[in-house]
Ligand binder design. Structure first.
Ligand SMILES: NC(=O)c1ccc[n+]([C@@H]2O[C@H](COP(=O)([O-])OP(=O)(O)OC[C@H]3O[C@@H](n4cnc5c(N)ncnc54)[C@H](OP(=O)(O)O)[C@@H]3O)[C@@H](O)[C@H]2O)c1
Length: 403
């Protein structure tokens, strides 16, 4: 069997998750052979600690190697488009973190601080163009684009899909949420680096899941995906409220510059059914990763964060030292629910298994670039809906901008 050789771009939070996931791939020969990230000391330390033979500070060095099959893009959102296009042009298959891309004020003069204030119709056009450019580069070079939406691979979601397939009903409503008390990443505060706030950063997971499940239902029933028809959304900055600002002690991240920290989104699908996505950065008590499915003959509730296989109590937070408990809990004091294997529960090893097999057997991954593109489009229509205060139909929008 030919070994699939992977090179990582980025050495931060999500790169660790991907590296651990590659090392859990079963029955497929896969090797992480190099890493590139911006800061020399960090990339050297990452490579040495994880026994990765080569490291660079410029990702373009990764692309020269004829031997490399896969470039895994784990850098801030603003870089996804260029790294993916360069990788595709070099003939490499790609794994790209969510969101696929977005709007970052690329065409604006340097020095504009508040990219988030740009009219959302302009953002929408540019974000979709960015996603289309990526898809064209993929098609032109006949490489694969694996979209790293781990929710699709989370074991409870995979089980829910099996139940839905057997039950054969109509999915009437899908409700999904990702929320917590704020991102650790400095780039997430600025629209020019992140492309949006909680709606894009957190909501892209839930939105990807809702779109995927209706696409899946359509493929089973009629051989074609059921897509999004119209979108209604709202956004807010609850941590900018004077009453919140005035409070001395903060447990919730409040450093957002021009991005929202709260966003609900309502979808109408082509078949008239509904989707609801919640995402916010104001939720204490640990990460919320949920999906509820209401179909004509089933009700299915998925919780990708909850776990009660183990409950632990400590009267004081330092008692559990550096031992990990679960994502985004603010304290280790009191009763907690330590997660035995959070990566498995969220689908990271399973997504890498699928991506490596997709490259090896030359088949499509379950989560592909087309899903990433749909998420980008719907997200920026949602921003437009929030700005204009009304429901937006995708066909009407196409006519409005003469596409
Ligand atoms: N699927 C998930 O659950 C999940 C979770 C979190 C994040 N994400 C996604 O993963 C991506 C990265 O997020 P993160 O949380 O890992 O961010 P992070 O911890 O801040 O890491 C970002 C990495 O990108 C590197 N980098 C920045 N500019 C670069 C450049 N020009 N060339 C090469 N490397 C560069 C940084 O390098 P240095 O450190 O060397 O400076 C750093 O290693 C984002 O798209 C995010 O949306 C996904």
């Amino acid at each position: 069997m030919k070994t699939i050789k992977v090179r990582l771009v980025g050495s931060g939070f999500v790169t660790h998750l991907h590296l651990n996931a590659f090392r859990q791939v079963i029955g497929m020969p896969v090797e992480v052979v190099a890493v590139a990230s911006r800061t020399p000391e960090k990339v050297r330390e990452f490579a040495n600690r994880n026994k990765i033979p080569k490291y660079y500070t410029d990702y373009r060095n990764l692309l020269d190697d004829k031997d490399i099959d896969v470039i895994d893009v784990c850098v801030p959102n603003i870089l996804h488009r260029q790294v993916c296009i360069d990788s595709a042009e070099a003939g490499k298959h790609i794994i790209c973190e969510k969101p696929l891309t977005g709007y970052f004020g690329e065409e604006l003069q340097n020095g504009i601080e508040r990219v988030g204030d740009i009219p959302k119709i302009e953002m929408y056009k540019m974000a979709v163009r960015n996603a289309d450019d990526m898809m064209k580069a993929i098609e032109r070079n006949k490489v694969k684009l694996c979209y790293a939406e781990d929710f699709i691979y989370a074991p409870p979601v995979v089980k829910a899909k099996r139940l839905l397939k057997v039950a054969g009903g109509t999915i009437l409503e899908l409700r999904s949420e990702e929320s917590h008390s704020g991102s650790h990443a400095a780039y997430s505060r600025e629209w020019r680096l992140s492309g949006g706030g909680s709606l894009l950063r957190l909501g892209s997971h839930s939105l990807g899941l809702v779109i995927h499940l209706k696409n899946f239902e359509g493929m089973i029933k009629d051989g074609k995906p059921i897509k999004v028809k119209s979108i209604t959304a709202d956004v807010g900055n609850l941590t900018h409220l004077p009453s919140f600002r005035d409070e001395e002690k903060k447990w919730i991240v409040d450093e957002w510059n021009d991005v929202e920290d709260w966003a609900p989104l309502f979808l109408t699908l082509e078949d008239g059914t509904k989707g609801v996505v919640f995402s916010n950065d104001i939720t204490l008590g640990g990460i919320v990763n949920t999906l509820e499915i209401y179909s004509s003959n089933t009700a299915i509730k998925v919780d990708m964060a909850a776990n009660d296989a183990i409950k632990a109590y400590s009267p004081s937070p330092e008692i559990f030292g550096d031992e990990y408990i679960s994502e985004k809990i603010e304290t280790k004091a009191g009763w907690s629910f330590p997660s035995p294997d959070e990566d498995w529960m969220r689908g990271y090893p399973q997504e890498m298994q699928d991506f490596v097999e997709a490259v090896y057997y030359d088949r499509n991954p379950v989560s592909d670039g087309e899903l990433g593109r749909q998420v980008v489009e719907v997200t920026y229509v949602a921003y437009l809906s929030a700005e204009e205060g009304c429901r937006i139909d995708l066909d009407e929008l196409d006519k409005r901008i003469n596409r």
